[in-house]
Design a protein around this ligand. Sequence first.
Ligand code: NAP
Length: 318
Amino acid sequence: MTDRMTTAAAQTASPAPSSPGAAVGDEAADATIAAIRADTVGFLGGGHMGRALVAALRRHGHPAAQILVGEPGADLRLALERDLGVRTTADNIEVAAAADILVLAVKPQDMAAALSPLQATLASRRPLIVSIAAGLPVARLRELCGAGPGTALPVVRAMPNRPALLGRGASGLYAPPDIPPEARARAEAVLAAAGMVAWIDSEMLMDAVTAVSGSGPAYFFRLAEALADAGRAQGLPAEVAARLAAATLAGAGAMAAADADLAGLRAAVTSRGGTTAAALTTLEAGGLERLVAEAVESATRRGRELAQAVPDSTVKRG
Ligand SMILES: NC(=O)c1ccc[n+]([C@@H]2O[C@H](COP(=O)([O-])OP(=O)(O)OC[C@H]3O[C@@H](n4cnc5c(N)ncnc54)[C@H](OP(=O)(O)O)[C@@H]3O)[C@@H](O)[C@H]2O)c1
């Protein structure tokens, strides 16, 4: 897949050493986000992901007055206002009327209900639409936004992952060919606030993005669990083994975030004939590479199945 992906500048910067809680790539992300400094960013949905993206934009200095969240939950609205200072409303038409960029952060099955009352407003306002909903293709999103042939709204799809909640996400982005570079840059800015971004040039590959980075955190957690269990089997107290495994996962993750040369990182911690080499030889002999490939293939296939399973009222496959 790598030859079909281009990695955005937001990925490449090193960690900001002066700000311990800052996400990797913050300085590059700041520069990327400058592209939308004048934009009002509207959100449909202020749940986990909506809130994570709002928080990320605020962390990078996007003005609170230029963020408006449409969210039915009064508690979530209150928390967004209190914690992040942004404006919220239960009226999505207000959001659609104000937004230069409209981020769709509702569940896929809620998308039709969320968008259909907005069609007239969207047709006149014509914001850039950025959807983070799993499994909803651009063509269907455009239909739900109400645009007819020749008047389709600019829609970009993104697939972030859970670490976006900490500003350490990894997002795949897809824009259809008719989206101009300026609109791509603005969509990228929204996601770059929450971590690394990579463009893919085929919408089909969104399922592979989901299988690698969307589901990926769980693979590493599972490996760390197995590592802790194995440490316990070698005599470590369970709690010590679990803490060692989790801290090792975090430390290795921080190293990988600063340097994407994974093979180089591995080589640097593997002495010839040493303990690490012995363990890696065992993992390879056990079929690690094949197993991971099969796991990612299963996840990709499941992503396709789930997209087909979104109710017909929301997704039409052509
Ligand atoms: N969570 C992830 O790790 C993740 C990763 C990648 C992509 N995504 C995508 O991100 C989207 C949101 O996921 P999430 O985990 O943030 O879900 P979530 O926590 O349930 O947030 C969605 C929010 O949207 C609200 N909502 C429902 N109908 C609405 C409407 N008509 N207008 C405005 N808001 C409405 C929901 O309110 P109610 O609860 O009251 O219905 C809820 O607060 C999904 O499409 C998902 O596929 C999520």
